[in-house]
Ligand binder design. Structure first.
Ligand code: UD1
Ligand code: CA
Length: 450
């Protein structure tokens, strides 16, 4: 059976009190809509169609050709939103999965089950419901005595008896397409001037056609986001879901409540994450690392057996057995090879530090290439920017940079070279030479160490 997916995302989200379209609010680093899209893609293996309206350009700019877009010119309700899809999808599909864009915790498994149940159902559509205490403003599922679904009643128009119902409409449906296209024409306008998709239950019931409901097992999946309070709840649930999965996969989280792991992060076996740590974006950690406490790693690649304490690592690459922190800042293009030690109050940007190099204290290394087992003394600075352009620094293998050395780039220090404390190096230093002073001059050739 052919299937098409439609995600409803045109609303502003008035209750968010924001100029940002609701579906673009981030949850663990990704827009709400991203999470919905991922589950929908997994359940249908199709590029979804997203109904956009408020902030349409913003949504399209972020998701690009990952989806197709259907514009809803006037926000006249969820029924009207689905009606916009008719000219795009009619005749091209047998089933239509419709999911609200503000339900970021719906799992791929639940949506798959929804589709599978409709595939073998002779009736008009299958909907999803959840049993919960908190209504969150959801529509109530009214059933007949024999259990058949009779109606979905929106909170605003529900009677006190209906308000007491604890079974809610989750906002995910799978329709027989031909029935959907014609049934949409039968939805009556509500007193508020909107067309409710949920009225399709009554349309089907009036026709004597069957509707079935499946219940979600995990009520957390039914957390919809209408306010920023719900946004925080959804974030906490997603955090818990991801953290639990990593713990079961062999990663130790010392304090999962303060550990934030975004959905695209990968972590190797026996890595330990200490409290108050965020792993963001496309970050890949190997095995047996010790990360945190108080660490942020963004879009970075970390090998195995590294130790990173109270530091910020962005767009960096650490090989194996690297030690960082406390209080270090690795920025874009920092590449620390095996066994590098980077201690406190250091910053490295767009630079390579070769295997075994040590920079213990208070240094800035930018646009530099540093060889094997170099010792970078406390307070070393690469003066890489002259106000107009950035220039490179090269430091040869097994060099020893004295404390408080200024390396005025472009500049090259040869293999086995040394600088005196406080020197300002403005000219290249040859292999095995010692340079001292301001500006630094070579005062002595050094013996080659074997
Ligand atoms: C809707 C359901 C409600 C259900 C709840 C669960 C209706 C009438 N009600 O209520 O029964 O319990 O979802 O998720 O459907 N949207 C559009 N165009 C519009 C209006 C809305 O694209 O004109 C989109 C919104 O961007 C949102 C989704 O549809 O992503 C749901 O709309 P929302 O206004 O949040 O509906 P609820 O009041 O939550
Ligand atoms: Ca909603």
């Amino acid at each position: 059976m052919r299937i098409a997916a439609v995600i409803l995302a045109a609303g502003q989200g008035t209750r968010m009190k924001s100029s940002i379209p609701k579906v673009m609010f981030p949850i663990l680093g990704k827009p709400m809509l991203w999470h919905v899209m991922r589950a929908v893609e997994a359940a249908t293996n199709q590029q979804p169609a997203v109904v956009v309206g408020y902030g349409a350009k913003q949504v399209q700019a972020v998701f690009g050709d990952r989806a197709s877009y259907i514009y809803q010119p006037e926000l006249l309700g969820t029924g009207d939103a689905v009606r916009q899809a008719v000219p795009h999808l009619a005749g091209k599909t047998d089933l239509v999965l419709v999911v609200a864009g503000d339900m970021p915790l719906l799992s791929a498994e639940t949506l798959t089950r929804l589709v599978e149940r409709q595939q073998v159902f002779s009736g008009t559509f299958t909907m999803t419901t959840a049993l919960a205490q908190d209504s969150r403003g959801f529509g109530r599922v009214v059933r007949a005595e024999n259990g058949d679904v009779r109606a979905i009643v929106e909170e605003a128009v529900a009677t006190p008896e209906q308000l007491a119902i604890r079974e809610f409409n989750v906002g995910a449906y799978c329709f027989r397409a031909d029935w959907l296209w014609s049934a949409l024409e039968h939805i009556q306008v509500s007193p508020k001037g909107e067309y409710y998709l949920t009225d399709l239950v009554e349309v089907a019931v009036k026709q004597g056609a069957g509707v079935q409901a499946i219940q979600i097992d995990d009520p957390a999946e039914a957390i919809g986001v209408n306010t920023r309070v719900h946004l925080a709840e959804a974030g906490a649930q997603l955090q818990q879901r991801i953290n639990t999965a990593w713990m079961l996969a062999g990663v130790t989280l010392v304090d999962p409540r303060t550990t934030y792991i975004e959905p695209e992060v990968q972590i190797g076996l026996d890595t330990t994450i200490w409290p108050n740590t965020s792993l963001r974006g496309e970050t890949f950690l190997g095995a047996e690392n010790e990360i945190g406490p108080n660490t942020i790693i963004q879009d970075s690649r970390i090998g195995a057996r590294c130790k990173i304490v109270a530091s910020v690592v962005e767009e960096a690459h650490l090989e194996n057995g690297v030690e960082v922190g406390p209080f270090a800042h690795l920025r874009k293009g920092a590449h620390l090879a095996d066994g590098v030690h980077m201690g406190n109050f250091g910053e490295v940007k767009n630079s390579y530090l070769g295997p075994g190099t040590k920079m213990g204290h208070f240094s800035y290394i930018g646009d530099a290439t540093i060889g094997v087992e170099v010792n970078i003394g406390a307070g070393t600075i690469t003066c890489n920017y002259d106000g107009v352009k950035k220039s490179p620094t090269h430091i040869g293998d097994r060099s020893f940079i004295g404390s408080d050395t200024m390396l005025v780039a472009p500049v090259q220090l040869g293999e086995g070279s040394r600088t005196g404390a406080g020197s300002v190096v403005t000219k290249d230093v040859p292999d095995f030479a010692l340079a001292v002073g301001v500006p630094a001059r070579v005062i002595r050739k050094l013996e080659k160490r074997e």
